[in-house]
Design a protein around this ligand. Sequence first.
Ligand SMILES: *[C@@H]1O[C@H](CO)[C@@H](O)[C@H](O)[C@H]1NC(C)=O
Ligand SMILES: *[C@@H]1O[C@H](CO)[C@@H](O)[C@H](O)[C@H]1NC(C)=O
Ligand SMILES: *[C@@H]1O[C@H](CO)[C@@H](O)[C@H](O)[C@H]1NC(C)=O
Ligand SMILES: *[C@@H]1O[C@H](CO)[C@@H](O)[C@H](O)[C@H]1NC(C)=O
Ligand SMILES: *[C@@H]1O[C@H](CO)[C@@H](O)[C@H](O)[C@H]1NC(C)=O
Ligand SMILES: [Fe+2]
Length: 459
Amino acid sequence: MGRWWPSRLLLGLLCAVVSAGLVGRTDGGVTSSFVRKAEKGVDMPIDSDVFSVPPGYNAPQQVHITQGNHDGSAMILSWVTEDEPGSSKVLYGTDKDQLDFYAEGKYTRYKFYNYTSGYIHHCTLRHLKHDTKYYYAVGIGHTIRKFWFTTPPEVGPDVPYTFGLIGDLGQSHDSNVTLTHYESNPKAQTVLFVGDLSYADTYPNHDNVRWDTWGRFVERSTAYQPWIWTAGNHEIDFAPEIGETVPFKPFSHRYHVPYRSSGSTAPFWYSIKRASAYIIVLASYSAYGKYTPQYQWLEAELPKVNRSETPWLIVLMHSPWYNSYNYHYMEGESMRVMFEPWFVKNKVDVVFAGHVHAYERSHRVSNIAYNIVNGKCKPVPDESAPVYITIGDGGNLEGLANNMTEPQPDYSAFREASFGHAIFEIKNRTHAYYTWHRNQDGNAVAADSMWFYNRYWKS
Ligand SMILES: *[C@@H]1O[C@H](CO)[C@@H](O)[C@H](O)[C@H]1NC(C)=O
Ligand SMILES: *[C@@H]1O[C@H](CO)[C@@H](O)[C@H](O)[C@H]1NC(C)=O
Ligand SMILES: *[C@@H]1O[C@H](CO)[C@@H](O)[C@H](O)[C@H]1NC(C)=O
Ligand SMILES: *[C@@H]1O[C@H](CO)[C@@H](O)[C@H](O)[C@H]1NC(C)=O
Ligand SMILES: *[C@@H]1O[C@H](CO)[C@@H](O)[C@H](O)[C@H]1NC(C)=O
Ligand SMILES: [Fe+2]
């Protein structure tokens, strides 16, 4: 074939020919034979349709929502106005044409090198009814925009609920494919996002305009469905060479989370209850050594989880503990050493991480017997241990991680270097069905799947 063939087309043909057979059973689990050439992704150009500014003077843009308190009866609504502060008020109600209630928020701004942000509004709606569709309007005064969301059912042990999982999304053409693919999967009600949002920091001076474009790109989902945020390394934005020495400045101004309602003292680690799940968000890039705030918080937090109320204990973090790719290998190791014994003791069901731009699912293993002198430093099968899933395959501009350690380690059950998203579908206190969907397939196709039996309630 001629050199002039677009590489994407070639890639497509190759994929079609290779198709999705499974080979390569090595020492560990399965390495998928679904292989594609590693390509550096390309960000969508600044004038792309997905980045367009909504029409109207001072129109609210970058609308996003997230859970607003511990039990899901509050919602934080956030948006940006560019021309002037405008109003931080939200009108809302259960009738589309009659927004009877209002809440007053606040706005903030920040500077980053020579960039000045728009007016970033955050408004918390409280005392919402569970399992109810609410309509809301922002931009009161000039240009009003309307959206809607559905609150979660009241917390309870057998409440079915479905989470979507996305990580390391970025704003490349692949990111757009992932988001579109996720949206075509109508089941998921909330996104658990495992970190690395905009990748603005890959631009000169961390060009924060790319935080704005990202906010506009994902609005089509984040305005309607809560995304639960985890901070990744691309949120640090630490750039002393241009005088920017406050870590997480853009992220923490733009993305508020309900950390205070779980007794946390910083927005990078916190917990929420949602339906039958208890979700703990950890910070790979905040201190977690003994005596640190995060360590103390987690130590006190885990015993508070009542599995009779929320059977499913889910942990989110950015840097994976069990990763068999030659990218970011062992970067999660020091945190694993600190916290893994607690995860096993408290029977965490599943840990979702990102960072590595590929997909991987582990067996239930633990590696907590080592005490320096006994030589016991290998992962062993452990029914009290969580399954570790790396879902950093959102499709950002850095491209795929396709270089794997060989042979596949025993702890690794399935791995594949493809972009995609996952769905965690809780049925009741004992059963949840998990599927991973690669972008090359339709949403009905699960390239990897597993029944989860709850660690606390399994017989
Ligand atoms: C910020 O500085 C860079 C170069 O240092 C320049 O290219 C860019 O246009 C400046 N942006 C603004 C908003 O002044
Ligand atoms: C992104 O995806 C949406 C939905 O599929 C599509 O309408 C839009 O044209 C895409 N934009 C780019 C720049 O790929
Ligand atoms: C745990 O939750 C159950 C069900 O909501 C409740 O009956 C029980 O009192 C709770 N236990 C504790 C220790 O709070
Ligand atoms: C894969 O990673 C290993 C370890 O870092 C390295 O030695 C090897 O050259 C890499 N292979 C390719 C094809 O990049
Ligand atoms: C829980 O869900 C699973 C899968 O849908 C089902 O087989 C099982 O019977 C359910 N358990 C109860 C107690 O309803
Ligand atoms: Fe990362």
